[in-house]
Write a protein that binds this ligand. Structure first.
Ligand code: PEP
Ligand code: MG
Length: 590
């Protein structure tokens, strides 16, 4: 690791994924970041103008194609927004004004275009009127599209960065994070990002340290030779001194050793000292990692986030493609159960598809939602486009012939959503039977409890489903009205908030009353301070990322069931999140 003469600088952020990363910086640019300003010669002016006209024309074609699609299938609001965008692209502001400035200022188009847009944004954003706010949004949208055609996309892919890369970027998106390899990426550092965002979950599942809420722009202005990222404390150390480097290298080694030791005991049961078994399943995004799940000692897959099939191939998988994948997965599990959650698309899990992509028609609505976490996500999205749900259910039901498969419904907010899925399943079974296609007799259908209305109605819902899965990542954000993807609400997002504990207690009681299994698959099931508390609240099944299984089992093996119940009783007496946090910190050290 080269050590420069530069001074060591320590930046503080929010710790998102534990561990120590040491490496060299790689900046991943977002379109609005630092547009380079380059002087051009007089003879280059006309070709520069041509380049701008081409980018504008390509953007027009994009929007035109999108508008055509929306006219036949999309909601009328979208058609009207796209019409406005097309008008804006004809406006002199985006045609003659830009061209004049290129001529007068002899600068590259990106910088001129960027300055002009910034001027416009500033002018409009001081006006509080809703209409003008919407126009600002339109300007940003259109300018992003044009800039995207002006600037070549980043040459380097996240899955192909050199060894020991520290990825520095404005924001991590799940579809990119899932492609990162722990053998190449030493850490992530971002300007924005929340503690249970999907990108954060994946970083933790891969064991890649991650710190968010760091001033990336400032970092770009500093000459950086090497970086240490302390994902446990939320520190980013630029140009570490020899002494600092040595300290962190030792810490990194001890983390690795510790993990190796835990892993060596992963074949043991998740069992309390007094013999109560807690079954540990795995959460999975990438079917290729199924072997790691078995090696990690999982009892099966408790949550397959099937939407990642879509993110990795950047297209909706067909029924046949899904059937092949699910069949392969369930066969590899050799009798262990596979819980397939139907596509949870939307919220922070969305991708931009080019407008001429055959699946683009499903996604332009998602891209324009003002509040995506509360929008057309998961089961709401699937019921809006039943052909997507149907293809997925058919694939799952066909694959059920080859092993134990369960269907899980995400983001249920009303019991009717469960009923509609059950009806669909029955229709498909009838059809398959008539065609002589075999499937399992029993395919349990479960409901995710991650919306407060569903938790409150859990007694009624538990009667109608075959199992219940508590998704605390979303439940916490909705109960506390604290966005899981937003660094600025990280101090309000408490899995240990007393209200969350009461919700969990209520759902467990409802499931027990209806004699239905209940599993918890949120990130808090991997937190050693939460595990005994959750057991004390009555949970006997968890699903966590494979990487966390050894630690979860190790934690369970240190507790007696009675102690866990007493801990839960004590915890329920606290009325504020900070009191409860202190109580747990004091009571759960072992
Ligand atoms: C959850 O919300 O707790 C959950 C497991 O689902 P996801 O994190 O994929 O939203
Ligand atoms: Mg969820």
């Amino acid at each position: 690791m080269p050590i420069g003469k530069e001074e060591e600088i320590i930046l503080r952020g929010i710790p998102i994924s534990k561990g120590i990363g040491i490496g060299l910086p790689i900046f991943f640019a977002s379109l609005e970041d630092d547009v380079p300003e380059v002087a051009i010669q007089k003879k280059e002016v006309e070709s520069e103008i041509d380049r701008y006209r081409r980018a504008l024309e390509l953007s027009r074609q994009d929007v035109e194609a999108l508008r055509k699609l929306s006219q036949s299938e999309g909601p009328p609001e979208i058609v009207s927004i796209l019409g406005t965008h097309l008008e804006m692209m004809k406006d002199p502001l985006l045609t003659s004004v830009i061209e004049e400035r290129i001529r007068d200022m002899q600068r590259n188009t990106e910088s001129i275009f960027h300055c002009l847009i910034e001027e416009y944004k500033t002018r409009f954003s001081t006006l509080k009127d809703h209409y003008f706010q919407e126009r600002v949004r339109d300007i940003i949208d259109v300018s992003r599209r044009i800039l995207g055609h002006l600037r070549p996309m980043p040459l380097i892919k996240i899955g192909e960065v050199p060894h020991n890369s520290i990825i520095l970027t404005h924001e991590l998106v799940p579809s990119e994070t899932v492609e990162a390899k722990a053998s190449l990426v030493s850490a992530f550092v971002t300007a924005v990002g929340g503690i249970t965002s999907h990108a954060a979950i994946i970083a933790r599942a891969k064991g890649i340290p991650y710190v968010a809420n760091v001033d990336i722009k400032k970092l770009k202005k500093t000459e950086v030779h090497s970086i240490v990222v302390d994902g446990s404390q939320g520190l980013v150390i630029l140009n570490p001194s020899r002494q600092t480097l040595k300290k962190y290298q030792e810490l990194q080694k001890s983390h690795q050793l510790n993990y190796k030791m835990l892993k060596s005991a992963s074949h043991l049961k998740g069992e309390t000292i007094d013999g109560y078994e807690v079954r540990i399943f795995a959460n999975l995004e990438n079917p290729k990692e199924i072997d790691q799940i078995i090696k990690a000692g999982a009892s099966g897959i408790g949550l397959f986030r099937s939407e990642y099939l879509f993110f990795t191939q950047k297209a909706l998988p067909t029924e046949e493609e899904q059937f092949v994948t699910y069949k392969k997965m369930v066969k590899a599990l050799k009798g262990r159960p596979l819980v397939i959650r139907v596509f949870d698309i939307g919220g922070d899990k969305k991708i931009d598809l080019p407008p001429n992509h055959p699946d683009a028609k499903y996604f332009h609505l998602l891209g324009n939602e003002p509040n995506p976490a509360l929008g057309c996500r998961a089961i709401r999205f699937l019921l809006r486009y039943p052909e997507i749900l149907e293809a997925q259910l058919r694939a799952i039901i066909r694959a059920s012939f080859f092993g134990e498969i369960h269907i899980l419904i995400p983001m249920v907010s009303d019991i009717s959503e469960v009923r509609l899925v059950r009806e669909k399943v029955e229709e498909i079974q009838l059809d398959l039977r008539s065609k002589g296609i075999k499937f399992a007799k029993d395919i349990p259908i479960g409901c995710m409890v991650e919306v407060p209305s569903t938790a409150i109605m859990s007694d009624a819902i538990a009667e109608e489903v075959d199992f219940v899965s508590i998704g605390t990542n979303d439940l916490v954000q909705f109960v506390l009205a604290a966005d899981r993807s937003n660094a600025h609400t990280a101090d309000l997002y408490f899995s240990t908030h007393p209200s969350v504990l009461r919700f969990i207690r209520m759902v467990v009681a409802s499931a027990n009353q209806a004699r239905k299994p209940v599993i918890l698959c949120g990130e808090c099931a991997a937190d050693p301070a939460m595990i005994p508390l959750l057991i004390g609240l009555g949970l006997r099944e968890f699903s966590v990322a494979a990487r966390h299984i050894p630690l979860v089992k190790h934690t369970i093996r240190k507790w007696r069931i009675l102690e866990a119940c007493r801990l839960a009783e004590g915890a329920l007496e606290h009325h504020s999140a900070s009191e409860l946090k202190k109580f747990l910190a004091a009571e759960t050290v072992r």
